[in-house]
Design a protein around this ligand. Structure first.
Ligand SMILES: [Zn+2]
Ligand SMILES: [Zn+2]
Length: 882
């Protein structure tokens, strides 16, 4: 428990005497967060039920408010404070609105930093991790975050990771987990494989400076591609997610519809299958382009040494570009193999090239090059002087030119190309809509979209192709050659199952991660050197088998952790389905946009798998997603090397947790980047000091007057109450809408200014005690989601009953909240029809709109034409109709 007057977080002791409420003048009572906050924290920490969710059959409407769980690095950073301040404000608001709120927290506790710290300092990963968790939990509590710690989830504990293993067995059973040899991303710094999603700009997601290598390894994969279409289609329904996240996922899944078409290699048996999204342009194909690693390229290279050297050169260029993520902008090079492929649609022989920009692992590793209708192909053809043959034209192309060529085009195609320029427009011509095929044999004259369908069907009927769909999304590689992760529950038995890995029995779970081992990193997992771990009993023949020594990607842990919160202690199943079905989907998920591809796509996949296993009913994990902006300092991302890191502990030490949190919400709209300025935190602290002074000054009046009636109301009292209710209306709207808490907090500041301006009136009794009580109670309730310690203290000061954030959110008096309105008579052809109410000072357009929207006016002018609208501002509207 922290001591008063000092805060002891992260081992630091910072005096907080210099908080600046003294600026408010000579007041008997002074705002001192160093006294208030630890006092309330001690009370809250001692009351486990305070933030606990009620049972799933409580009958209340539920609200699942969730912030992404942190990695236990040792200390919360200021970006965390912002993330959790947003979620905590929302959770408290929803409690006050009468919801049964689940607001849990946990630790994404497996992963490399623990292992690296162990290598560096000799502390076992487990010890390091749990020390960090303890420190960060203390920080959370010091910040006053209202988490339900009774459902805490720590992913590195066997009671959690055993379910990772259980899910893995289920997926293996369903064919969703499999092993294959493939090219994988290898980070030499991490000494492990990375998923495609963890390679950013050709570099490791953890090591910005480390170029990722490609290695051939046998790895475990999860078949996320099975859900590619559903993951894509589901995005349409996720209207509560930011459009940018949905777009990123759409692009990542990268679905493209097209066709596979087989080109036979002339003078040989081989065939080259190309993938194209524009089979309608196939009569314009003037070459076939292969990846350097394509099987046919390799065959040609074997037959021709000079060619082999050139192809190797292209491959080297490609690998270099891939490693630096410059593939998109690679300077295109190619080599003509001197061989030909036969276009199955017209029997034409086209040259086969090998090019550095064609990837073996994308599509089929081969394309047909149509320079007239593809920008990349056009660029390549210009460079190497390849033929450009136009086969698509706008529907309104000059008829003569088109017709002439159609006739000429029925036989040999080559002759047609001579006059291609006669067709209007520049090349490449990329349109598919309002465009038709020319010089395309029997397909000539068809619209492009229709032709794509018919030509793919034709290829299928003739046995040289088919319509197909490809995805950019690849299966999720989950094997990691590191120690601090979930052991994969599979074994290998040379005796009875030399080819196929065998799943361990469910009853053997959890397969425990051994502790106190030597984790020196070389190649391969450190677990491979732990004999007690490696040697296992074969589940089939009972002989000695070898345990899988790779561990799971830690993104497995975070793919389903939020389900475990609903039933964190269950030792029979991952969670009780009834409980999960009550709480899911998450009503509001809050976290950084950097997870748009990794965590947010994996957890959508996991949800669909769990649904198909019959565990849950929801298709998507979260109904709404919010991605907060970054906290920056001096215009840049905070980093130790730049020396611009702001420590939450320092801020709390100087200004208190409330001011720190509230500033994080006040300084910018939550979805934008926030430039941290300490002066701003000091300003919030002064503002709280002002509220403290006012509340303590009027608390005696307010206490006695609660529930009293206002007999007569002065103009000043009316104005003050009007301001209160406008503020309530605005903040309620902000919570329901766009969360512009910066303007919510500034509206509270305006209210406080108005209270200050009315001090003399309150002192003189011009404002009734009942109104004083209403204003102060309202003010403190409005502050409760943003400054919880402060609100708790002030609520007690005002004699408020019970816990402040379980008190009902103040109700808006609509009458008072309304803008002051004036009445304007509306005439139709000079006859009074009705009177409309508009805010005072409304402009002509607003008055006119209000008049035209009035039901009586609508009824009167129905079927007639409004010839003229005359608005006399503030006085009258007259409609002239015929
Ligand atoms: Zn790395
Ligand atoms: Zn066996």
């Amino acid at each position: 428990m922290p001591e008063t007057r000092t805060s002891e977080i992260g081992g630091k002791t910072v005096s907080i005497d210099e908080n600046s409420s003294a600026a408010e003048g000579n007041q008997p009572q002074r705002y001192s967060p160093a006294e208030i906050e630890p006092k309330w924290q001690a009370r809250w920490d001692a009351d486990a039920s305070l933030y606990a969710a009620e049972a799933h059959d409580s009958g209340k409407p539920k609200y699942y408010c969730l912030e992404m769980l942190p990695y236990p690095s040792g200390a919360l950073h200021i970006g965390h404070v912002r993330n959790y301040a947003i979620g905590d404000a929302l959770a408290r608001h929803m409690w006050m609105r009468g919801y049964n709120v689940l607001h849990p927290m946990g630790w994404d506790a497996f992963g490399l930093p623990a292992e690296n710290a162990a290598l560096k300092n000799g502390v076992p990963p487990r010890e390091w991790t749990f020390a960090n968790i303890a420190a960060m939990k203390k920080q959370f509590q010091r910040l006053g975050m209202g988490f339900d710690w009774s459902t805490e989830v720590t992913t590195c504990l066997p009671d959690y990771y055993r379910w990772n293993q259980w899910f893995f067995l289920k997926m293996f059973e369903k064919g969703l987990a499999y092993r294959k040899k493939s090219k994988v991303n290898w980070c030499p710094e991490c000494c492990t494989v990375l998923a495609n999603e963890q390679v950013i700009g050709g570099r490791c997601w953890r090591h910005e400076d480390t170029v990722v290598e490609l290695r051939d390894l046998t790895q475990w994969f999860l078949r996320i591609t099975k859900y590619a279409d559903e993951l894509l289609d589901g995005l349409e329904k996720l209207e509560g997610w930011p459009e940018k996240v949905r777009t990123m996922q759409r692009n990542w899944i990268g679905r493209s519809e097209g066709a596979h078409v087989d080109f036979a290699v002339a003078d040989g048996d081989a065939k080259i299958t190309v993938f194209t999204t524009r089979v309608d342009t196939i009569f314009g194909a003037t070459s076939v382009q292969l990846a350097p690693e394509h099987a046919v390229s390799k065959t040609f290279a074997l037959e021709d040494d000079a060619l082999r050297l050139k192809i190797e050169g292209l491959l080297a260029e490609q690998q270099k570009a891939r490693e630096t993520d410059e593939l998109g902008a690679i300077e295109k090079h190619g080599v003509n193999t001197g061989r030909f492929a036969v276009n199955p649609f017209n029997g034409e022989r086209v040259p086969i090239w090998v090019a550095n920009y064609i990837l073996a692992d994308y599509g089929t590793g081969a394309i047909m090059s149509v320079p007239a209708h593809d920008e990349r192909d056009f660029e390549f053809a210009q460079k190497y002087g390849l033929e450009v043959r136009r086969v698509i034209a706008p529907v309104d192309a000059p008829v003569d030119a088109t017709k002439q060529k159609l006739e000429r085009n029925t036989g040999i195609l080559r002759s047609a190309q001579v006059d291609a320029e006669d067709v209007v427009g520049d090349l490449p011509y990329l349109a598919e809509e309002e465009a038709v095929l020319i010089y395309s044999g029997e397909w000539t004259g068809l619209g492009c979209v229709e032709a794509q369908e018919k030509m793919a069907a034709f290829a299928k009927a003739k046995g040289f192709g088919t319509a197909t769909v490809t995805y950019r999304l690849k299966d999720w590689g989950v094997s990691r050659q590191r120690y601090w992760g979930t052991p994969i529950p599979m074994v290998y038995c040379d005796r009875c199952s030399p080819e196929e890995p065998l799943p361990v029995a469910e009853s053997e779970l959890p397969i425990l991660l051994p502790e106190q081992i030597d984790i020196t990193q070389t190649n391969g997992s450190p677990l491979g050197r732990v004999a007690e771990f490696v040697n296992a009993k074969c589940p089939k023949c009972g002989g000695v088998a070898r345990r899988e020594t790779d561990t799971m990607d830690t993104f497995v842990d975070s793919s389903w952790y939020f389900y475990r919160y609903t039933d964190a202690k269950n030792s029979r199943v991952p969670f009780d389905s009834d409980k999960a079905n009550y709480w899911f989907p998450i009503d509001q998920y809050i976290g950084g946009v950097e997870h748009a591809i990794l965590h947010l796509i994996y957890s959508r996949f996991w949800t669909k798998v769990m649904r198909d296993l019959g565990l849950i009913k929801n298709d998507e994990p979260a109904e709404r997603l919010f991605t907060q902006g970054m906290v920056i300092k001096d215009g840049a991302k905070m980093s130790k090397s730049k020396g611009n890191v702001v420590s939450p502990d320092d801020m709390i030490g100087r200004y208190g947790a409330d001011a720190t949190r509230m500033y994080a919400l006040f300084a910018a709209p939550p979805d934008r980047d926030l430039e941290w300025q300490e002066e701003g935190v000091a300003g919030i602290s002064r503002f709280l000091g002002k509220v403290y002074r006012l509340t303590t000054k009027y608390s005696t009046v307010a206490r006695m007057a609660v529930g009293g009636s206002r007999v007569e109301s002065s103009a000043k009292e009316q104005a003050l109450l009007r301001r209160l209710h406008k503020t309530i209306a605005k903040i309620t709207q902000d919570f329901d809408g766009r969360w512009h808490f910066n303007t919510s907090i500034s509206s509270i500041m305006i209210l406080v200014n108005e209270i200050t301006a009315n001090e003399a009136a309150m002192d003189a009794g011009e404002i009734s005690p009942a109104a004083v009580a209403e204003v102060f109670r309202g003010l403190i309730l409005l502050l409760a989601p943003f400054a919880p310690f402060f609100a708790a203290e002030m609520w007690e000061e005002l004699g408020g009953e019970g816990v402040v954030f379980r008190t009902a959110w103040p109700e808006v008096n609509e009458e008072l909240a309304r803008e002051e309105e004036i009445e304007i008579p509306v005439q139709v052809n000079g006859k009074l029809v009705t009177v409309v109410r508009v805010p005072a000072g409304s402009d002509e357009a607003a008055v006119k709109a209000a008049a035209l929207a009035d039901p009586k006016v609508i009824a009167r002018i129905e079927g007639k034409t409004v010839v003229k609208v005359i608005v006399v501002p503030g006085k009258l509207v007259n409609l002239v109709v015929k």
